[in-house]
Ligand binder design. Structure first.
Ligand SMILES: [Zn+2]
Length: 453
């Protein structure tokens, strides 16, 4: 019996035709998008931008005429004329607070019927400020299409078993990997577990399920890898870890490789906008998903960032006509990258630094993304877990979970290390606790700032 490679040939809707496959309507639509993505990812920046602005013109006219919030905001955008970059860049930024305070005013009064039914979505509120928005069946189609693109980029073996550890999900199993793959390809089974499970239990579950691929929130899977590394737990079939949901910690790839000997493929997405960027198949940096969003990286003056500089991530979602998000400052920082040598013309993000709340604020107004190394803490004192919290522009509080109380000398050494890492003479105090609670979404945060700017 000849077996067709799962990745090479889509599933066929006709029992008697295995190859070339004739997918059903949904699968055909999914593959039609992949065909276009395969072309557009090779376009020049100018070609990409022209296509994006053709779609942006549609979106902005729709928003201006059917979404109350944008009526005045887009008044300067001329009707019946192609949108130019300068006019687009004059549109004020939309912030999270705008979305929170204007849920109704941001919903279209006349959604094109062919965008399908709507559904309310919300963010988990890990920033402490959840937002609500409307999504459509069309935005769902694009979500699935980018998920599938990511699988194809990374050349995954669809016959493998996929394990997912996600926040607030019902544990269970299913025959396929999910809606993004199942409409076009035949896949192996998938199993699901919850990030709220304690790490040792997640480790037991992982060993028992023994998947080919594991996907989870970045900090959760990093903790899990550290635990497994300490206890020499390595699921034998595991060949790749996929991460999402927050900026990858600088040590995450090394921790995961050292525990399980597998690479990490990271994705940059958010609920309200879908996929923003996917890891390049050949490098550890990211390609913006320019077919779904228009992404700007802006410096403090609101100007586009040059490669190598850090800026705020501002996005416009090209296909959500229910709650249009136009020039939305999502509260992340990322570094612009040089053009990629893989042949893809999609813009490059060198690294995603993370949420504004994970940035240190200096008294002179500067912002920095501090980095802490667990091993450094452990080398000074028996520290099991820590969290560094900036309370004011002068004060840092460090929560510690310890095997035994620290001596004053150990506290002093730790204090000096923290001040050195932060590169500023903050007043550092310690608090001891039994456990450091995770943020919503199962995230561990080793640094958090409570200073509001
Ligand atoms: Zn690339």
């Amino acid at each position: 019996m000849h077996k067709l490679a799962h990745t090479a040939v889509p599933g066929s809707a006709l029992e008697s035709v295995r190859w070339p496959a004739l997918p059903g309507a949904e699968g055909a639509r999914m593959l039609a998008l992949q065909y276009q993505f395969a072309l557009s990812e090779r376009w020049s920046p100018a070609e990409l931008r022209a296509a994006q602005f053709a779609q942006l013109t549609q979106l902005l006219q729709h928003a201006k005429t059917t979404v109350p919030f944008y009526r005045e905001r887009l008044a300067g955008v001329a009707a019946n004329r192609a949108l130019d970059v300068a006019a687009f860049e004059r549109i004020p930024l939309l912030c999270r607070q705008d979305i929170q305070e204007n849920f109704d005013a941001l919903v279209s009064r006349a959604l094109p019927p062919d965008h399908g039914g709507t559904q309310e979505g919300n963010t988990s509120g890990s920033t402490g400020r959840p937002i609500r928005f409307m999504a459509t069946q069309l935005t769902e189609v694009f979500w699935h299409a980018f998920t599938l693109r990511e699988h194809l980029w990374q050349r995954r073996d669809f016959s493998g078993k996929l394990a997912a550890i996600r926040a607030r999900v019902t544990p269970g199993s299913s025959a396929g990997w999910g809606a993004s793959t199942d409409s076009a390809f035949r896949t192996g089974p998938s199993v699901m577990c919850n990030t709220e499970q304690p790490i040792p239990e997640q480790a037991r579950w992982l060993m028992q399920e023994n998947p080919d691929y594991l996907i989870s929130v970045a900090s959760n899977v990093q903790e899990l890898a550290r635990h497994c590394g300490r206890h020499r737990l390595r699921p034998p079939r595991l060949r790749e870890v996929r991460t999402y949901g927050e900026a990858l910690h600088p040590d995450a790839r090394a921790d995961i490789r050292s525990a399980w000997g597998v690479p990490v493929i990271d994705m940059y997405s958010c609920r309200e906008a879908g996929y923003l960027a996917l890891q390049c198949p050949e490098h550890e940096h990211y390609h913006v998903q320019a077919e779904g969003i228009y992404l700007e990286l802006l410096d403090d003056q609101g100007q586009p960032c040059a490669p190598g500089t850090l800026g705020r991530v501002v996005i416009t979602v090209l296909h959500n006509f229910a709650t249009p998000l136009i020039r939305y400052d999502i509260g992340d920082y990322a570094e612009a990258g040089e053009a990629c040598d893989c042949g893809r013309g999609l813009p490059v993000i060198r690294r995603i630094v993370g949420r504004v709340r994970n940035m240190l604020r200096l008294p002179d107004g500067g912002l920095r993304h501090p980095r802490f190394d667990e091993a450094q803490f452990g080398g000074i004192a028996p520290v099991r877990q820590f969290q560094v919290v900036q309370k004011t522009l002068q004060d840092i509080e460090v929560a510690l979970v310890v095997a035994r109380p620290l001596t004053p000398a150990e506290e002093d050494t730790l204090r000096a290390l923290i001040i050195r890492n932060l590169a500023h003479p903050f007043a550092v105090s310690f608090v001891y606790c039994d456990e450091i609670p995770r943020a919503t979404g199962g995230k561990f945060e080793d640094f958090r700032s409570e200073v509001v700017t």
